[in-house]
Design a protein around this ligand. Structure first.
Ligand code: SRM
Ligand code: SF4
Length: 562
């Protein structure tokens, strides 16, 4: 019997025929008959940093009225390491008010998202982002995404060096097609000769994510990434990076062939080898990733199925040199450090907490206005954190008072009063914009945290530094499988409860209860909080406790897939 090769997934054909990401995007944008795009262009626009969405709160009503869905577009910036200037902040703020839904969203990959842009406003919005010296190219799509970097250059000058590597990585792995500049910025069409030397004409089988971490902080959750660079610092100098590969969070309910996976550390490299290593890891994904099934196409499945020794040998063959043995490193935490911290040069940095990274003006909490006012007087920069928070960085001692006054006036000071569980919590966007959401996340987080705080307080655990992450579906955009308590949306009002992450981003949690509502979640947590209050060891986190006490299996007993 002849063995039939599996057919390529639909998106592979769209990429092949797209003429390096052009498709009929230009025509779709001009089409006055619909607020949406032609179907193939909805895949291609992702590579340009945008998603076509519709307001899911209005979907049923519009269907009944026989109207097309209320189409609008989400736009995501590429912002390596999440660093932007006050002028860039002001540009994003103006676009949020003029063309989007009057909010800015700081994402779990240190980028800005705008929501609710209508089709006709896409071009002017993208043009202004580019005028502000940012872009949206490769913010989504089957390419290397925004490169994460530890955002807080407080400890030493080495952080600046490391950040520069994140920028270089992002630039090196950018698609080379001119399509972005033609379609959005009106640049002249290129007649032939264009090439994608790293990606080739069909790009990657799936998205690819890279991060640079600086121990002891793992705020970028480096083991959730396809490719990680863990800075090894001796004295005050960057001597190189440990390289990690094959992490990822996404899974599909009920499909055991999909699962979250922690990256493996495969070796150590010197700084000047960084770009070559990144390029070859990307090319291994390009050549070996599964192009027949998008749910099975991430690099993590190549690692899992072919094995780490195979991967390392393939990488070294392509590089023409061997990786050195990995150097020792230790992570202490994957959260942010809130409040004011003093940097090596006498400058100050203020980390603010923002609920799910949403910057909006709400009654009594005028965050959008407050940050606009701060951006107008700030002379340093802003750093978006991978935990959806914001650092006002590089503040002179004299300027602190003026910043503090605005922080207080606009109720941006929840980092002072909020409980640790609220400050650390993450929630993905979910409803109403995310087309894949099965349950609420961002809109649900404040109420759920409130009920959890009540239960923690009842057990004297109000100061517990517990890490909660909620997502509206199993794709894992808030990295819920690394949380001590993870809620993963299953259906409206119902979640899978995962327990046992370690607050250092080094242990996956486990499914503890399936498809339960809020009351059942709190009931399941109640005896665990009680046991934690009674039996915890000094300094022991909740995730470590539930593993030690045997409520979830220890990692050595974990079988994959979960
Ligand atoms: Fe995500 C898809 C939002 C970080 C794994 N993600 C989506 C989409 C675009 C939904 C869609 O495909 O239609 C969501 C848009 C919602 C909206 O309305 O804005 C979305 N993802 C987000 C953001 C905004 C969540 C947030 O609250 O911050 C994050 C944007 C990051 C950025 O700036 O680039 C975001 N997504 C992540 C992360 C975390 C990370 O990268 O560290 C993950 C898990 C890590 C990983 O990739 O394994 C993640 N997103 C996914 C997946 C699952 C991919 C997979 O391997 O199966 C999807 C679904 C997909 O790609 O088909 C997805
Ligand atoms: Fe949407 Fe699911 Fe990602 Fe949440 S985790 S933003 S619901 S894709």
């Amino acid at each position: 019997m002849s063995h039939q090769p599996k057919p390529l997934s639909e998106v592979e054909h769209i990429k092949t025929q797209s003429r390096l990401l052009r498709g009929s995007l230009a025509e779709s944008l001009e089409d006055p008959v619909t607020g949406g795009l032609a179907t193939p262009d909805t895949s291609l626009i992702k590579f340009h940093g945008s998603y076509q969405q519709d307001d899911r709160d209005l979907r049923e009503e519009r269907r009944q009225q026989k109207l097309e869905p209320d189409y609008s577009f989400m736009l995501r910036t590429r912002l390596p390491g999440g660093v932007c200037t006050p002028a860039q902040w002001l540009a994003m703020d103006a676009l949020a008010r003029e063309h989007a839904n009057h909010t800015l969203r700081i994402t779990t990959r240190q980028a800005f998202q705008l929501h609710g842009i209508i089709k006709d406003d896409l071009r002017p919005t993208i043009a202004r982002i580019n005028e502000a010296m940012m872009d949206t190219l490769a913010a989504c799509g089957d390419v290397n995404r925004n490169v994460l970097c530890n955002p807080n250059p407080v400890d030493s000058r080495v952080h600046e060096t490391v950040y520069q590597w994140a920028v270089r990585l992002s630039e090196h792995l950018l698609p080379k097609t001119r399509a972005y500049y033609e379609i959005w910025l009106g640049k002249e069409k290129v007649a032939g000769g264009e090439d994608e030397p790293i990606y080739g004409p069909t790009y990657l089988p799936r998205k690819f994510k890279a991060a640079v971490a600086v121990p002891p902080l793992n705020d970028v959750d480096v083991f959730a990434q396809d490719l990680g660079f863990i800075a090894i610092i001796e004295g005050d100098a960057l001597v190189g990076f440990n390289v990690s590969v094959g992490g990822g969070m996404g899974a599909t309910h009920g499909d055991a062939a999909t699962y979250p996976r922690l990256a493996d550390v495969v070796g150590f490299i010197s700084p000047e080898q960084t770009l070559a290593v990144a390029e070859e890891v990307v090319k291994i994904h390009r050549d070996f990733g599964d192009r027949t099934n998008r749910k099975h196409a991430r690099l993590k499945y190549v690692l899992e199925e072919r094995g780490v020794p195979w991967f390392t040998a393939e990488l070294e063959k392509r590089l023409g040199f061997a990786l050195q043995p990995a150097r020792p490193f230790a992570f202490e935490h994957n959260g942010d450090r809130f409040g004011w911290t003093e940097g090596h040069d006498g400058q100050w940095h203020l980390t603010l907490h923002l609920d799910s990274g949403r910057v909006a003006d709400r009654p009594g909490a005028t965050h959008l206005t407050g940050l606009r006012e701060i951006a107008r007087i700030h002379t340093g920069d802003f750093r978006l954190t991978a935990n959806q928070n914001l650092v006002i960085a590089g503040v002179t001692p004299e300027a602190r008072e003026a910043i503090d006054a605005r922080v207080t006036a606009h109720a941006l000071d929840s980092f002072r009063s909020a409980s640790p569980v609220r400050r650390n919590a993450l929630a993905c966007v979910a409803l109403p914009t995310c087309g894949l959401a099965m349950a609420e996340a961002e809109r649900y987080l404040p109420a759920f945290v409130g009920r959890m705080e009540d239960r923690l307080r009842a057990h004297g655990l109000q100061d517990a530094n517990l890490l909660l992450r909620i997502t509206g579906c199993p794709n894992g955009c808030a990295r819920p499988y690394l949380a001590e308590v993870g809620l993963v949306g299953k259906a409206p009002g119902r979640y899978n409860l995962h327990l046992g992450g370690d607050a250092r981003g080094q242990r996956l949690n486990r499914l503890y209860r399936e498809n339960i509502d809020e009351d059942a979640i709190l009931a399941a947590l109640e005896p665990l909080f009680e046991g934690y209050a009674r039996e915890r060891q000094p300094g022991e986190g909740f995730g470590d406790f539930v593993v030690r006490a045997g409520h979830v299996p220890s990692p050595s007993a974990q079988a994959r897939p979960s």
